[in-house]
Design a protein around this ligand. Sequence first.
Ligand code: SME
Length: 315
Amino acid sequence: MRSVFRDFTDNFFEILTYPKEKWEDFWKCYKKSLDFVEIYSQVTKLNDEEIIRKLRETGRRELDKAFWYKQDIIKDLKADIIDNLIKNSKKFQLNRGDFAVYLTAFLGDKPYLYLNSFKGTIIAVDILYLYFNRNNINPREVIEEAIIEFITSTTPNKKRADFWILYDKIKTIITDKNYKDKNEVLQIICELLAERIRYYNWVGFYLVDNTEVDSLILGPFVGEPTEHSKIKFGQGICGQAASTKNTFVVDDVSKEDNYLSCSPKTQSEIVVPIFDKKGKIVGEIDIDSHEKAPFDNDDRNFLEAIAKLLSERFW
Ligand code: SME
């Protein structure tokens, strides 16, 4: 099972290795290394400048002390949290798989925040809050309260739970340097997506053809063979996604004029562009479904996140 508890506090305390006037650089790295930091900014509606100003107000001395507080308690706290989660796994509904508790650090103004994404919800517990309120709160109770509040106020989201596991697996493969061949990785991703997601019935990659201007060629895929092994920019859903550089979601392909049919079974389609590091389109993920309108925002964000990982590794 995926870990339902993780400690990321050391990532935050990297701040202490930066001079105060370089805390902007720290925040950039923090955001880059942990996806959920960006979600924190969105949820709190705080921009980078505001966050850095607040951190500077707290000051290095106080962050130093918070770091030592964390060092003092962390070992026992982690053991205690994990023990409590395991012993009460039913009560905390750990089998839902759509949430995890992360020990993090932000600004210390709230005990915890719910950070939602296509992967589910991260219950981000703020170690700075625990430090500021160390004399009158019990960290274990804070975490219990956060979980209970989450599971009683939301219904289990199986799709997000599946996306969480699948995304982590795909990320491991894409970042594994033992896989040297790009097409091999793309083929594995097709197989995983087609096998694990019920309504992903045809999964493939179209790649920008370097020998012909504004043209896509079919790359690795899983599903029925298609006659559309070459597509011009602007033609069909794939070509439109390439020329506009946008994700296309088509709930009902029978209502589309500019659509290239591959199979009469296909009812809907999603196409997600892949960019190189300069923002130039290099390919796309194309998925057909035999269901009508199965793709929602979580599918879009899930596939865009995979496209980003591929871009970081291969383009
Ligand atoms: N339907 C696509 C063509 C590719 S097939 O789905 C595999 C389109 O309209 O671009």
